[in-house]
Ligand binder design. Structure first.
Ligand SMILES: Nc1ncnc2c1ncn2[C@@H]1O[C@H](COP(=O)(O)OP(=O)(O)OP(=O)(O)O)[C@@H](O)[C@H]1O
Length: 743
């Protein structure tokens, strides 16, 4: 059966190579097409993007192209793989069925009890284009399926530091979630290692397959907690043939801002509170000024002093606010009504008949006054001082820099909280600022007149350059072809007009949809996957909901792992303000990462976090119990290095994580690196979230707990990172509290 599968696999790869060749040839052909009008260019663009996507998909499925076979009771045979491939020699019969197609589903869900008409399930193991193993599960003999060895091999494999896809071994409870046809918000709650991240990414791939056109256009966004995590999961979707997905942290979701500033946890918590939405709104209102009590609005125009009383200004401001337009879009209205009021004041002053008090001015005179005032730079400056054009960065920077503005915008925060927000000269943005910038952008709106004018000017310039280029081409044509010997040769000038050439230029700038989405704050994503979702603050949720007006979301996380002080205490609390109770909860219950020995220890910590929670069930034992290493306090760093080196030496390519309190990471990094130069990471529990290692050294667990209000959760995260071995390192004079102290 090995040879038979090898033969089949070779045939599949031959066909894959042929498809790659065909796709590239078609892409070249499409890209080379010339002489197209507006419509033709747009169509060419769409066709090229589709072919380029297909070429990328075909390239990315080289490894593990086919991994399974189903023999159905009626004799039908289905090979299952990363993509679907049809046979061009027969009547386009499927040679390989995409794992996401309904016909592949029994591969994941058939059991001895519910066979789904499957007689035999075959797991095919490959290396490159070679079959290295075949293993069958027979459903006919009523025997217990034995097929889990493919799963156990995957779980026991050494970790590379990059997450791998699980397409060959998806388990039934995971498959249910991946293929759930729920269109709205789906929350996947599950303990550490239950495959939440894997499931969320495979669900994204499944949705892209099922709604290819819509989601390619609207883009799927995957949100993760930090850059390390995004790097860790970055290979999974490409290995499933999906490249047009945007991976980002919330801090990266405000185009034009790099949020790299680190802030104290209490400031992060404060900025994440829902109250901040009101603070930003009040900060915007605070920038819509009127003269102080007892003062007037005054402006000198044409040598004359004009003024309005405070009440008039208050009325105009109220009217401008009543438009309910964002600040920058209401601004022209404010300005218009202020100018009208000034014009009225001016005409009253100069044009009143001294005899009967009536107006001496004609309508045309009044119109002239309005026009003059509108064009007056002094008037514009004075009105702008009351209602200035603002961008989000300026609004927030000026808010953080001013105790007066903070006091006006945040009366509900206490003195210490306001002081925590105060920042002095601008030092850049933190990830917690991004949702506030986004909030501000919503309230300010864009006054994009300047941008539009710039775009028009740019286009005119491009046209001019194109015309110049064509003129040069035309000039050279007369010298090149003046003898008329080669009339069939066409010059650029014959083929193109300036406008087309300018458009070509624009297309050279053509970016993928995902990049376009990344650069556009107002992009509406077709589906949003949020991983480690428990970490997001209420303000971050507001931002994400804005990015996904359709509310088509897969949210995965574990409330018991919430470490961020601004993070979620419950899914209800997170989601109610945005979707009410219109969301569905799915749970994962099996722990695929931890061996049972470590899972037991982690479960004891979980009970201390919340006695009501049940830890996920581990599926395998490692045969090694977690243990602890007491050392003299001064030798922690050296011991961490020694242990990391010993653990690293146990694997050939696997990885070791040294997880320590944030304050110790810097001190440990040097000695650990000296002892174990590669395949070892030193990190704090927050950064370790979502990652996994073959072996983990947890350093000073009691300090991890003491370091933060959610310290026990952080310890739980640290203990649940290993796939095989766990050692706890601590100061010999201070044995850790139970349950770790009991080891
Ligand atoms: N069906 C499966 N087949 C093979 N490996 C699996 C399967 N399900 C999960 N795994 C593996 O188990 C490990 C844990 O999965 P994953 O990281 O998705 O869990 P998680 O629930 O997101 O964990 P955490 O809450 O700690 O972030 C990963 O190595 C993943 O590849």
């Amino acid at each position: 059966m090995h040879d038979q599968e090898q033969e089949y696999l070779t045939r599949l790869y031959d066909r894959l190579d042929a498809l790659r060749g065909e796709t590239r040839a078609r892409l070249d052909q499409v890209l080379a097409s010339t002489g197209l009008g507006h419509q033709g260019l747009a169509e060419r663009d769409v066709a090229a993007a589709e072919l380029a996507g297909r070429a990328a998909r075909l390239d990315s499925v080289e490894n593990g192209l086919c991994f399974g076979r189903l023999d159905m009771r009626d004799g039908e045979r289905r090979h299952i793989g990363r993509i679907g491939i049809l046979d061009d020699t027969t009547d386009y019969e499927p040679l390989l069925i995409d794992w996401r197609a309904p016909a592949a589903r029994p591969f994941y869900v058939a059991t001895a009890v519910s066979t789904e008409n499957v007689r035999r399930r075959r797991h095919i193991r490959t290396e490159g284009r070679r079959v290295t193993g075949v293993q069958d599960e027979e459903f006919d003999r009523g025997a217990e399926p034995t097929g889990d060895s493919a799963l156990f091999d995957a779980l026991d494999a050494e970790r590379t530091g990059r997450m791998a896809d699980i397409v060959a071994t998806i388990q039934a409870e995971q498959d249910d979630i991946i293929r759930a046809d729920h269109a709205g918000v789906l929350v996947v709650q599950g303990g550490p290692g239950t495959g939440k991240t894997a499931v969320a990414l495979h669900r994204a791939a499944y949705l892209l397959y099922t709604h290819r056109e819509r989601l390619t256009r609207s883009v799927v966004l995957v949100v993760g907690p930090n850059a390390t995590f995004l790097r860790y999961i970055g290979d999974v979707l490409p290995s499933l043939g999906e490249t047009g997905v945007l991976l980002a942290t919330v801090g990266e979701l405000f185009p034009g801002v790099r949020a790299e500033l680190a802030e104290a946890p209490e400031v992060v918590e404060l900025k994440g509170r829902l109250d901040m939405a009101e603070v930003v709104a009040a900060a915007v209102r605070d920038r819509q000024r009127v003269p102080e009590e007892g003062e007037r609005f005054e402006v000198v125009h044409d040598g004359e002093r004009l003024s309005l009383d405070r009440e008039t200004c208050l009325r105009i401001r109220a009217r401008a606010r009543e438009t309910r337009l964002p600040h920058n879009e209401a601004r022209p209205w404010f300005r218009r009504w202020m100018i009208e009021a000034l014009a009225r004041a001016a005409s009253e002053r100069y044009g009143t008949d001294p005899l009967d008090g009536g107006s001496l001015l004609t309508d045309a005179d009044k119109e002239t006054i309005v026009t003059e005032l509108r064009e007056s730079p002094e008037v514009a400056a004075a009105v702008d001082a009351l209602w200035p054009a603002l961008d989000p960065q300026r609004l927030l920077a000026e808010l953080y820099a001013s105790p007066r503005r903070l006091a006006a915008a945040a009366p509900r925060l206490d003195r210490a909280e306001r002081a925590a927000l105060l920042r002095g000269p601008h030092r850049g943005w933190s990830p917690a600022d991004v949702p506030l910038l986004d909030e501000a952008a919503e309230l300010l709106g864009v006054d994009d007149r300047a941008e539009r004018a710039a775009a028009a000017a740019e286009r005119a310039e491009r046209l001019r350059l194109a015309q110049e280029a064509l003129d040069v081409a035309y000039g050279s044509r007369t010298t090149d072809f003046d003898d008329g010997d080669e009339p069939e040769l066409l010059s650029a000038y014959d083929l193109l007009d300036a406008e087309t050439l300018a458009e070509r230029h624009e297309e050279a700038d053509h970016r993928g949809q995902a990049q376009r989405a990344a650069a556009d704050r107002t992009w509406a994503f077709g589906h949003v996957v949020v991983d480690e979702a428990q970490e997001l603050s209420p303000m971050a949720w507001r931002l994400l909901m804005r990015r996904c007006p359709a509310r088509s979301m897969t949210i995965v996380g574990d409330i018991a792992q919430t470490g961020d002080p601004a993070g979620a205490p419950s899914w209800e609390g997170v989601l109610a303000p945005h979707v009410g109770d219109r969301w569905r909860l799915a749970e994962l219950t099996v722990n695929y990462r931890l061996p049972s020995e470590i899972a037991e220890l982690a479960a004891a910590v979980l009970r201390r976090i919340d006695a009501a929670r049940t830890a996920p069930r581990a599926v395998r034992a490692a045969g090694v119990a977690p243990w602890r290493e007491p050392v003299p306090a001064g030798e922690l760093a050296a011991a961490a290095g020694r242990l990391a080196a010993a653990e690293r030496a146990r694997t050939t390519g696997g990885r070791v994580g040294v997880i320590a309190p944030a304050g110790l990471v810097a001190a440990l990094a040097g000695p650990v690196r000296a002892a174990a130069p590669d395949r070892v990471d030193v990190l704090d529990p927050r950064t370790a979230k979502g990652l996994e290692f073959d072996s983990v050294v947890v350093v000073d667990p009691d300090r991890i707990v003491a370091d933060s209000p959610r310290g026990l959760n952080d310890l739980y995260v640290a203990l649940t990172r290993p796939t095989r071995r766990l050692v706890v390192l601590h100061d010999a004079a201070r044995p850790p509290s139970p349950p770790l102290g009991d080891l």
